[in-house]
Design a binder for this molecule. Sequence first.
Ligand code: ZN
Ligand code: ZN
Length: 169
Amino acid sequence: MKVNVAQVRRNESGTAHFDLTEDFSSLESELDGVSFAAPVHVQLQVNNTGKSLLVEGKVLTELKAQCGRCLKDFIYPIDQIYEDEWVFTPEATEEQIETALLFDKDEIELNERILEQIVLALPMRFICSPECKGLCPVCGVNQNVKSCDCVQENIDPRFAALAQWTRED
Ligand SMILES: [Zn+2]
Ligand SMILES: [Zn+2]
């Protein structure tokens, strides 16, 4: 995914708008356990401040992930705000070298930067829905689709021993 900033860079206080869509499936090995279910759509507004190009935008896509409770694959939408600063390398200050995206050609490659945004948008644990009931720990049935008669004994082993003792008495 590339943008050409030739015009906006040469025009102080200039702005440019980019609307890009690209298939990122060749990059999904960098995402842990999820895959792309849709192309990545990026909308960017670029403003030349005279010191750098300030970028505001959005990263939109859909991922296929596995629910941590019921183990079913489901679609997880990504709608991530993206803010960035792009600086022409010869004009970069020390601080910008640390934090900004440096470019020395008018064509800027964004894949790494966009992928980072997607990683930031990933939850600690994927859950298909807040109401997901998960799998029965006894028979493994998906409790969202079927119910079972399993008795889920959640007895503290110390009480179990006590119950045993009472019975023998
Ligand atoms: Zn689930
Ligand atoms: Zn069960």
